[in-house]
Write a protein that binds this ligand. Structure first.
Ligand code: GZL
Length: 326
């Protein structure tokens, strides 16, 4: 049901990124480990923190296959920003033709991205983005995180905004553009309502930490909590265990809104334990590979490609669950 359509939202001031083809693609280039036309790509993934991340990794590996003309060097940084920077530096030293980066956090990228630029190696961002200057990366294939948070907030405002409501928030990784922008959108949507945020802490997008933080919320506030907003399904799924262990019924005693719409989240929604999910489409591989090929060939690309999302109620989840691609 969720077609990946690259809605070209050209935010670029400079829509054109022209790179000299000889710098990257020719077999004589230091990193072109394959033949003349094989594109060697270093992919710096965040890690394997969630179901979304697994689907995203699979999508990238599928698109950057040998059959599609790529030699992919994969690194997962275990959600450690310093390890991810080291991986990018290693790709530069290997002289790859291009680097694809899913940045764990937004800050701290200026130096290594400048090193890549000085080495003539284009960097293409996928998923989250960075705070570094736009001239340090060729393009960003991502999602509108602020809209995702706004859609989640609108659902809460619509269903609870007119009565005194207490809620808690499980935030994503601190400093990640996904967490920052989702919260910005959510806050804007619930502003002026009778909703009180009792507490808001990071669960780092993982089930384990989502459960631990929710246990703390329940010890502090117990049945005062009416709503949980989790920045991703996995933290919401971890919270389910804590809510049930506290003798409360998720989806009823505490209504839950999350973001991602991965299979386990949609299953919880279909069976009434979640109440609303905003999709964040992880299938970015095809578009990212298309952009990498264009950049390496010296063709013009836009600075930003935003992949469309949608949202699901419990009824809609029941209808689409069996046909979901991830
Ligand atoms: C969003 C992505 C987030 C997901 C989480 O594009 O960066 O990271 O929402 C994942 O599930 O861990």
């Amino acid at each position: 049901m969720s077609q990946v359509k690259s809605v070209v939202t050209a935010i670029a001031m400079l829509g054109v990124v022209a790179l000299s083809a000889t710098a990257c693609a020719s077999s004589s280039s230091p990193g072109g480990s394959g033949g003349d036309d094989v594109i060697t790509v270093g992919f710096a993934q965040t890690g394997s923190e969630s179901g979304w991340r697994s689907a995203n990794t699979e999508s990238i590996k599928e698109a950057f296959s040998a059959e599609n003309g790529f030699d992919l060097i994969f690194n997962a940084a275990d959600n450690k920003p310093e390890a991810q920077i080291a991986a990018v530096r290693s790709f530069i030293n290997q002289g790859v033709d291009a680097i694809v980066l899913a940045p764990i956090v937004s800050d701290g990228w200026d130096d290594v991205l400048k090193e890549a630029k000085d080495a003539g190696i284009p960097v293409i961002l996928e998923d989250r983005t960075v705070s570094a200057s736009e001239d340090l990366y060729a393009s960003w294939i991502g999602l509108d995180f602020e809209q995702e948070g706004k859609t989640a907030g609108e659902w809460v405002a619509e269903n609870f905004g007119s009565k005194p409501t207490n809620m808690v928030i499980l935030e994503g990784t601190t400093g990640s553009s996904a967490a920052t922008d989702r919260q910005t959108g959510f806050d804007a949507a619930v502003a002026g309502t009778d909703i009180t945020v009792l507490d808001s802490q990071t669960g780092n997008f993982t089930r384990a930490e989502g459960k631990t933080v929710m246990e703390g919320f329940l010890q502090k506030f117990g049945s005062e909590i009416n709503v949980l907003f989790a920045h991703n399904d996995d933290m919401g799924l971890g919270a389910l265990d804590a809510i049930k262990a506290a003798g409360m019924k998720p989806g009823t005693d505490i209504q839950i809104v999350t973001i991602d719409a991965v299979k386990d989240g949609m299953t919880a929604l279909a069976n009434g334990e979640f109440n609303f999910i905003v999709e964040c489409n992880p299938l970015l591989g095809e578009k990212t590979a298309e952009v990498v090929k264009s950049v390496v060939a010296g063709e013009s690309v836009d600075k930003t490609y935003i992949v469309e999302d949608q949202s699901f109620t419990q009824e809609q989840a029941k209808e689409v669950l069996d046909s979901r691609p991830y």
